[in-house]
Design a protein around this ligand. Structure first.
Ligand code: GLA
Length: 578
């Protein structure tokens, strides 16, 4: 039997001082057939531990529909970590932040209970049921029971959000009741207030930061005089938002900071070791006064890039780690060149019609009210006069394309704080609204999506809205089965393509010839693309491709500039600041 505990200055593994050298891989951002490859490469960089969050909304997108198969097979992920001879850290939230949709909380939950991330009884009841399910998987895989799990984290950077100690106490009680016996940690930014509010005396405090290691460890030490020092999120890169730059960090500076941490004897979890991808519609958003939806790639400028290939940071970190711990001699194989080729894109007609919901309502129905989990709702209303007028909307969440009698008349963007639009003469106003990703940090967590608040035309309330939820994955499947149609022109258009491969392979789909939309390969939802950038390529994981015929569906919301599909040799994640 192996044990893992807190000593006066170190973690103790089987009673011996042990430095945790961990890296984050989120199983829900990596194709399950690639988990083993990524975990193996972590070992080859010298890591002795893998950390993952648990994304509640991936396991239970609909209330009661708890899933632990395929992409959600957390048990298998942990078993693979174990088979590779590594330890594991599990961070089940329930809130995980992570640039993940709604910070991991299911929309059915945030739309139905008050008091998120607090001891409010309804919230706690749901959270407890969730945690018990997660711990059914985690408890038997703890180190003392012959498994890999050495630490479990309570909540996530809670000190940045609240100060409800009863909430944290309740989470601890559920965790211990479920048979979790390993040490429990919390993580907070190294700010006095956060370190104070985000934890409890019985929990082991750790910190999150990406630079100035020595100073940050000193702050953490002030809040916790004994026990191992740990940076639970050593930020080695950063995430990107649409319309911004691609964030990178200097390899030497990151390596020097890691070296300082390890030299101080601290334990570390590198966030991220391998970021992966926000496939489908799983990206989150930030809003600290300005709504910034996050891109599809979660490359994070990590040691393994989005496609799982080692970067310069991998080799620099490996060298640093080798100064402090044994590192295997073996190196990961070089990535094979990705096939680069072009094929034609064929127009497949319109795709945003759909059956509206009756009866009409005074206000457009929100995504939440309709329990709609896909990206789009179309709202239609008859205009009271044929003269048009000035449209004023309470709040647009998040991006809207307006048309009158089928002619595009403008867009409204939440990021730009747009609320008004001049409506030309006509009869029917249609507004197609995209939920660009739920906020994952701070107090806008869980907010509703759609057209929010009252809508007026020249000051008079505009009512009688028909709401038409559009499930983009379902629509793409329908398009794939369709014959070629007329296409192009203005407004939403669907497109298909076929391409042949000699063998299954990672592909990089260049989206620069299109505007904004969603792409699918062999029915697998790659995610959103947008010429706004910075991201230009969508990563197509090898396991979703096959030797022989493959198919692509593109659901374009604006214009296709050039009806061509380009696969390129590697990732193009956009301009950096350097
Ligand atoms: C915090 C959160 C993480 C992640 C990082 C930024 O540390 O705990 O989930 O959001 O910020 O990438």
């Amino acid at each position: 039997m192996t044990s893992f505990s807190l000593g006066d200055t170190d973690f103790l593994r089987d009673g011996q001082p042990h430095q945790v050298i961990s890296g984050a891989i989120h199983y829900f951002r990596v194709h399950p057939d690639q988990w083993q490859d990524r975990i193996r490469k972590a070992r080859l960089m010298g890591l002795n531990t893998i950390e993952t969050y648990v994304a509640w909304n991936a396991h239970e997108p609909e209330r009661g529909a708890w899933d632990t198969t395929g992409w959600n097979d957390l048990g298998r992920f942990l078993d693979l970590v174990h088979e590779e001879g590594l330890d594991a850290i599990v961070r089940p939230g329930p809130y995980i932040c992570a640039e993940w949709h709604n910070g991991g909380l299911p929309v059915w939950l945030t739309g139905s209970v008050d008091g998120l991330r607090s001891s409010a009884p309804d919230f706690l009841a749901e959270v407890s049921a969730y945690l018990r399910r997660v711990y059914d998987i985690v408890a038997p895989r703890q180190i003392e029971r012959g498994g890999p799990v050495v630490l479990v984290q309570i909540e996530n950077e809670y000190g940045a959000y609240g100060a409800d100690q009863a909430y944290l106490e309740a989470l601890v009680a559920v965790t211990r009741d479920a048979g979790i016996t390993v040490p429990l940690t919390t993580v907070d930014q190294p700010v006095d207030r956060m370190l104070r509010d985000g934890s409890l005396p019985e929990l082991h405090k750790t910190a999150s930061f990406g630079s100035r290691s020595t100073e940050r460890l000193a702050t953490l030490r002030r809040h916790q005089p004994t026990g191992p020092l740990m940076c639970s999120e050593f930020w080695d890169g950063w995430f990107d938002w649409w319309g911004g730059v691609h964030h990178t960090t200097d390899v030497h500076a990151a390596a020097a900071d890691l070296d300082a941490l390890l030299a101080a004897g601290a334990s570390v979890n590198i966030y991220m070791f391998h970021g992966g991808t926000n496939f489908a519609l799983t990206n989150g958003a930030n809003d600290k006064g300005r709504y910034l939806p996050l891109v599809t790639s979660y490359d994070y400028d990590a040691p393994l890039d989005e496609a799982g290939n080692p970067t310069a940071k991998f080799f620099a970190f490996r060298e640093v780690i080798a100064r402090h711990a044994p590192v295997p001699d073996e190196l990961p194989p070089a990535a094979p060149a990705a096939p680069a080729f072009e094929v034609d894109l064929r127009a497949a007609g319109a795709w945003t019609e759909g059956e509206g919901i009756e009866p009409r309502t005074a206000l457009p129905q929100t995504f939440d009210a309709l329990g709609h989990r896909s990206a789009l709702i179309r709202y239609d209303v008859e205009l009271p006069t044929e003269h048009g007028g000035l449209l004023l909307i309470g709040e647009v969440r998040d991006l809207a394309w307006a048309s009158v009698d089928g002619r595009p008349v403008g867009t409204l963007s939440r990021t730009r704080q747009d609320r008004t639009l001049r409506i030309p003469p006509g009869r029917t106003l249609s507004i197609l609204v995209e939920d660009q990703g739920r906020v994952n940090y701070d107090h806008r967590l869980g907010e509703e999506k759609g057209l929010i608040g009252e809508i007026t035309l020249d000051g008079a309330p505009l009512g009688g809205w028909r709401s038409t939820p559009l499930d983009v994955a379902e629509l793409a499947a329908g398009v794939a089965a369709r014959a070629t149609a007329d296409g192009g022109g203005d407004g939403p258009s669907a497109w298909t393509a076929e391409f042949a491969l000699d063998a299954a392979a990672d592909l990089f789909l260049d989206t620069a010839a299109w505007s904004k939309g969603f792409a699918f390969v062999n029915g697998f939802f790659l995610g959103r693309y947008w010429r706004n950038g910075p991201q230009r390529t969508l990563y197509v994981p090898e396991p979703v491709t096959r030797a022989g015929a493959n198919s692509l569906v593109v659901l374009e919301l604006e214009q296709v500039l050039d009806p061509v599909v380009r696969f390129v040799g590697g990732l193009a994640l956009g301009a950096t600041e350097e």
